[in-house]
Unconditional design. Structure first.
Length: 227
C-alpha cells in the first residue's frame, strides 16, 4: 500500500522546487518588479495559491531564490576549484547552463538598485571574505577590503554587460559570450599585472601616507590581525 502522506510530501517538495526554479528564471529575465506571482505560478505549472502556501509572498520567494542562487554559485565554484571537477570533462558542460543563469540572476539583482540588491552585494562580500579566510588566508592582511574590491570588480563587469558585449561582438549572457568572457578573466587572474618590486614600493608608499594621517587607518585593523 502506498504511503499517501509521504507521496504528498514528495509532491509538495517537487512543487516547491519547481516554483523556486521558475522564479529564478523570471527574476533573472525581468527582475522582481517585472514578475508577478501569476507569471511564476504559470511557468511552474502550479496555482498562485500553492505558491503562497510554500513561500507566503513574492518577496519571501525572492529572498529564498537569492539564498539558493548564492549557495549554488559557491558550491559550483568550490567543486571546480577545490574539488578537482575542473579536470572532469563532463562537469563544466553540464554545470554551465546553471552558471549562466546564476550570472544573469545576480546581475539583474544588482542592477535593480533595491534594498534586496544591497543585501545581496553585502552577502556576496561576506561570503567571499569567508572563502578567502578559508582557502587563501595569506593573500592579504585585509580580507574584507580584498573581498569588497573583488566583488565590486565582478559586479561592475556584470553591470557593464551591454558595453562588454558590444566590445566582444557577442552577448555575454549567451553561452558563447560568457565562455569568452570567462576565458579572459582566467587569463587576467592567472597573470600578475604589476611587477613585484612596484607592488612593494606601492605598499610602502601607502603605509607612509597612512602613518602621516592616522584617520586613514582601516576600520577593521583589529579584525584583520585576528584573521
Amino acid at each position: 500500500m502506498a504511503d499517501h502522506g509521504r507521496d504528498r510530501a514528495y509532491e509538495d517538495l517537487t512543487a516547491r522546487a519547481r516554483i523556486r526554479d521558475a522564479a529564478i528564471r523570471l527574476f533573472a529575465e525581468r527582475g522582481i518588479n517585472g514578475t508577478t506571482v501569476r507569471d511564476i505560478a504559470q511557468l511552474a505549472g502550479v496555482s498562485p495559491g500553492l505558491l503562497r502556501h510554500h513561500f507566503g509572498s513574492k518577496e519571501a520567494l525572492h529572498d529564498a531564490c537569492d539564498a539558493y542562487v548564492l549557495e549554488r554559485a559557491i558550491e559550483i565554484k568550490e567543486k571546480l576549484v577545490f574539488g578537482g571537477e575542473i579536470a572532469n570533462p563532463g562537469f563544466l558542460p553540464a554545470a554551465h547552463p546553471e552558471i549562466l543563469l546564476t550570472y544573469r540572476y545576480v546581475t539583474r539583482a544588482l542592477l535593480d538598485g533595491s534594498t534586496t540588491a544591497a543585501a545581496m552585494f553585502d552577502d556576496l562580500v561576506a561570503r567571499t571574505e569567508d572563502w578567502i579566510g578559508t582557502h587563501m588566508p595569506d593573500i592579504t592582511e585585509d580580507h574584507r577590503a580584498f573581498a569588497a574590491v573583488l566583488v565590486g570588480m565582478q559586479s561592475g563587469l556584470a553591470a557593464m554587460n551591454e558595453h562588454v558585449s558590444r566590445a566582444l561582438g557577442v552577448d555575454v549572457f549567451t553561452p558563447e559570450g560568457h565562455l569568452r568572457m570567462a576565458a579572459a578573466l582566467a587569463a587576467l587572474y592567472s597573470h600578475p599585472l604589476l611587477d613585484p618590486d612596484f607592488v612593494a614600493q606601492t605598499k610602502g608608499a601607502l603605509e607612509r601616507v597612512r602613518a602621516s594621517n592616522p584617520s586613514t587607518a582601516p576600520a577593521n585593523d583589529a579584525g584583520a590581525e585576528g584573521a
